[in-house]
Design a binder for this molecule. Structure first.
Ligand code: ACO
Length: 401
């Protein structure tokens, strides 16, 4: 690792690195990835152990505070998050300004940004207490906001949170409860939902997290920064890939059509890519995809659902893993490949997939934002450029052009 700052100060030279493929933008103690070995650690703990043994509340605490909570700390954190699950009633009015058929990610970008107008007190980023309250508010309110986005698009009334339920259970009830009193949270679905949240909680300096840090580096308030992260996550090359992956699997339809799509993915004249395949950092396997692949089978089995999409996904994975093109380019299923199959089995429409990703990633975004704010080396993010435009020339009046 070369610290380029001294080199720059001494020589005036700088590096050209489109897409930041080899530039560390910060130091961080939160998440470690070894892409060649397929390792993902949060504060040192392997993702598969966290997904198997912990809860999203524990992982959120871990990301923010650096250590797993003891029982009292976990109870206290869960109590604090529960206390903040409600949103201001006026926010419901804000939702009603959106078109009924708006994409829920468009709604989320708007409402999360609007939180800064509702919670002015925690926009003072110089106050550690307010930073902590803003962080709790964001983690706590995301399930409520996400469920409201869903309810709004299907024309059903919003449901208030029930703080006797778990984080995942509460979200499921607010999303699927019709009427709320009769909705029973299915423990299988609740556990799968929590696992999905854990698997999406953080992933070091990906595009959306870098966006949150970049927005925050100017001193913008945390609600605005998380809204920026949501906007970035929406893209099909990032969080939108799980929606795109499931749409692709449905389009393929049956395993016999897979070779046609593999051929398209390999054809350089065709912009088509196998969605849910490939990763900037993982060049061996994505450990999150392995956990989700297992979970997909478990959830569908336990729910008694037989979905041909899962068969197509499994077959596609097997064919691609043996194909020289995918081997040479080190393309493996990523977290988005199987998550859509599970989310669809639970009952979410594809348009909600990225919303769920944003909900879970808020824990990581806010942990990264806090780390950045308290980093003594932190500066405003200001990438340089390699100018390739016109050289200096004189203005010509419009009549003479
Ligand atoms: N299907 C077919 N070919 C692919 C795929 C794919 N899914 N992904 C990469 N390639 C090829 C590229 O065409 C390129 O080929 P070339 O060297 O002949 O030009 C080579 O592999 C490298 O691809 P890049 O786009 O340069 O790799 P990068 O690291 O920039 O991109 C990305 C990673 C964006 C994830 C890419 O693999 C992709 O578009 N995958 C599909 C979308 C997807 O699943 N995104 C989810 C990512 S995980 C997440 O955000 C949570």
């Amino acid at each position: 690792v070369v610290d380029i700052r001294k080199f720059y100060a001494d020589t005036g030279a700088f590096t050209y690195d489109p897409g930041f493929t080899s530039t560390a933008s910060c130091e961080s103690k939160i998440t470690y990835i070894d892409g060649d070995a397929g390792i993902l650690l949060h504060r040192g703990y392997p993702i598969d152990q966290l997904a198997e043994k912990s809860s999203f509340m524990e992982v959120s605490y871990l990301l923010m505070n650096g250590e797993l909570p003891n029982k009292a700390e976990l109870d206290n954190f869960t109590y604090t998050i529960n206390r903040h699950t409600m949103v201001h009633e006026q926010l419901a009015t804000f939702y009603r300004g959106f078109r009924r058929d708006a994409h829920p990610m468009a709604v989320m970008t708007g409402v999360v940004g609007a939180l800064s107008a509702f919670y002015h007190d925690s926009t003072d980023i110089s106050d550690p207490d307010q930073r902590r309250i803003a962080s709790h508010r964001l983690i706590a309110k995301m399930p409520t906001l996400a469920a409201m986005a869903y309810k709004y698009t299907i024309g059903q009334p919003f449901l208030y949170p029930d703080n006797n339920l778990s984080y995942a259970g509460n979200f499921l009830r607010m999303t699927f409860g019709v009427p709320a009193e009769e909705y029973q949270v299915d423990p299988i679905i609740e556990s799968a939902m929590d696992k999905i949240f854990i698997l999406h909680a953080d992933h070091e300096q990906n595009a959306s997290t870098s966006t949150v840090r970049l927005a925050g580096s100017s001193g913008a308030n945390p609600f605005a920064c998380i809204a920026a992260g949501i906007a970035c996550l929406w893209g099909p090359a990032h969080g939108g890939a799980n929606e795109a992956a499931l749409n692709m699997l449905r389009e393929i339809g049956t395993p016999d059509r897979i070779p046609e799509y593999i051929a398209r993915a390999k054809n350089k004249d065709d912009p088509f890519r196998l969605m849910g395949f490939g990763h900037r950092v993982y060049k061996n396997f994505d450990p999150r995809a392995q956990v989700l692949s297992k979970a997909a089978t478990e959830v569908l089995d336990k729910l008694g659902i037989s979905d041909p999409v899962l068969d197509t996904a499994r077959e596609l994975e097997q064919i691609a893993l043996k194909d020289q093109y995918f081997i040479d380019k080190k393309l493996y299923p990523n977290v988005d490949f199987y998550s859509g199959v599970i989310l669809s089995a639970i009952g979410f429409p594809t348009s909600m997939f990225t919303v769920l990703f944003a909900l879970a990633r808020t824990a990581g975004w806010i942990a990264q934002w806090n780390e950045m704010i308290t980093d003594p080396d932190q500066k405003i993010g200001r990438p340089r450029q390699l100018y390739t435009g016109a050289t200096q020339r004189d203005y010509v009046s419009v009549e003479s052009r």
